[in-house]
Ligand binder design. Structure first.
Ligand code: ZN
Length: 341
């Protein structure tokens, strides 16, 4: 692939702790030779694996950026075995704007992979990850939430990659978040995802959906921050004792999956969406999980959105206003443990 015009002000081969930025040359009307400065830190100490920690892939998902910013400040190189590269705001313009898509080019960074050296800003950031940062890493951790559009039951999630050893390592990473659910998902909304490119390069990819919506509870922040720390301990990158759900007095993580397009429920019409079922609740086949009301036709009965099959409501609509075709619910089903090995 073509060489990236992005550059890092940190030396990835240097031991110790460095703060810097990844520069992205671009122009705006009052800045002809401007650069985006994506924050980055590197901590390296001796032999070991490399973990790449990413937040702000989508700009309106803040538990990851906050967890990574805290880790950037608090970690000392003596706590690290190997190397940790931290980037809290991958799509910096979107994080600043509080939007899923970049305000610079209208792109969803998580649909831009593998990227383009001479593409738009988001495509160039994707290309830099694909050609420079992923090759440095053994483990890629990409922290998401449902953003403003969806609210998830906070969970680790992953693709069911075909390579058995890669899959086994990813299952271990997902479990180390110590979330109530671990979720197998499929790409119903297009191609070009960051995890897919990292998986293609053989990386151990660990991702999450840590809630969603505008307010972020203290519990979700704690789960994100404790989980991230524990994943790094699990992979041997940080010293310390690994925390388990058993030691926390919690039941084992429950694996669920939404691998069928029908598991993702879309609004059949525009209107006001009323969620009828709490997140994490068991639902029956054909049970209404929500319904759409019509301001312009108050005489009309609301239109139900039903579960396609029995399972758990793992995600629901964020905003009450819905447009036809918006995803309003996701139903997850029990996983047979055999597919995880
Ligand atoms: Zn996201």
């Amino acid at each position: 692939m073509e060489r990236s015009s992005l550059y890092a002000t940190v030396d990835f081969e240097q031991p110790g702790k460095q703060f810097g930025y990844v520069g992205v040359p671009y122009s705006h009307n009052l800045g002809g030779w401007a650069n985006l400065m994506l924050p980055i830190a590197v901590l390296a100490n001796g032999a070991g694996r490399t973990a790449l920690l990413l937040g702000g892939n989508h700009g309106d998902e803040y538990p990851g950026p906050i967890a990574i910013l805290k880790l950037m400040r608090s970690l000392h190189p003596e706590q690290v075995r190997g190397r940790i590269i931290l980037m809290p705001a991958l799509n910096l313009p979107a994080v600043r704007a509080g939007t899923r898509l970049s305000p610079l080019d209208g792109k969803n960074l998580n649909r831009c992979f593998p990227g383009k050296a001479d593409g738009s800003v988001a495509e160039q950031i994707a290309h830099y990850l694909t050609t420079v940062l992923f090759p440095l890493a053994d483990i890629v951790i990409d922290i998401h939430t449902g953003g403003r559009s969806m609210d998830f039951y906070p969970c680790a999630h992953m693709h069911l990659v075909p390579d058995r050893e890669q899959r086994r390592q990813m299952v271990g990473g997902a479990l180390a978040w110590n979330t109530d659910f671990a979720f197998l998902y499929t790409d119903i909304a297009g191609t070009g995802l960051l995890p897919v490119e990292a998986e293609r390069q053989g990386k151990i990819v660990v991702t999450t959906e840590m809630g969603g919506g505008e307010p972020i509870s203290a519990g979700v922040h704690r789960l994100t921050q404790d989980g991230l720390h524990n994943v790094l301990v699990h992979f041997g990158l940080l010293t310390g004792e690994k925390q388990t759900r058993q030691a926390l007095g919690l039941p084992p993580t429950r694996w669920v999956q939404s691998l069928d397009r029908e598991d993702y429920r879309f609004a059949p019409e525009s209107g006001l969406y009323e969620t009828l079922v709490p997140l994490g609740a068991e639902v029956r086949t054909e049970q209404a999980v929500g319904q759409i009301h019509f301001l312009e036709r108050p005489d009309r009965e609301p239109v139900p959105v039903t579960a396609n099959a029995a399972g758990v409501l793992i995600a629901t609509r964020g905003p009450t206003l819905v447009r036809q075709g918006d995803c309003v619910a996701c139903i997850a089903h029990e996983v047979h443990a055999a597919i995880l090995t």
